[in-house]
Design a protein around this ligand. Sequence first.
Ligand code: NUP
Length: 216
Amino acid sequence: MVKLMLALDVMDKNKALEIVKETSEYIDAIKIGYPLVLATDLKIVKEIKELSNKEIICDFKVADIPSTNEKIAKLTLQYADGIICHGFVGEDSVKAIQNIAKENNKKVIMVTEMSHPGAVMFMQPIANELAKLAKKLGVDGVVAPSTRPERLKEIKEIVGEISIISPGIGAQGGDLEKVLRILSNDDYIIVGRSIYNSESPKESAKMYKEKLKNNF
Ligand code: NUP
């Protein structure tokens, strides 16, 4: 079954913990990014891991020189199960993160093409190359857009067995039915606002989980 990753981009600690408790029976993984970490601190990652016992991925889109990437990865992977990085900064920068991840048995997920409209400007033209780099480096996952199913399909064909983490369902208007025809078991959809901003995050997470179970 395709897995459900909750993007927990709320900026209040209690709200974050509440949403995790409410939705945990329906979600497979939690993605924590800058909004929540900057509003609280990095230890929120540890707290949410302990509370949920889910896979926790930090979406820090790390994009620096190798030695700085290494420091960011060390700090993040003390608590998180995986970290999202950019590939456009080059092979050495990604490898620096992979080295830290391997030592700790953690995941590195690399962005190929982003899901927002602006990604067609600079990212789309190099996204297939980034997908090839991801495959060459043997990263544990790639981010590819649910908002452009034809691009999702192309990127999936390039990366082969590497798992896909796909944002864009819900608030960004991605078509879940089309996306589920492309994704396979062990891939993930990421859903944020349409769960945590809904009247009942629990019911919304349940609805997505059921769609994934029934393959729509
Ligand atoms: O290409 C990307 N698009 C994207 O939306 C790469 C991402 N990491 N994200 C993240 O996925 C985004 O920062 C947010 O955390 C989540 C999507 O949330 P939502 O649009 O479902 O609210």
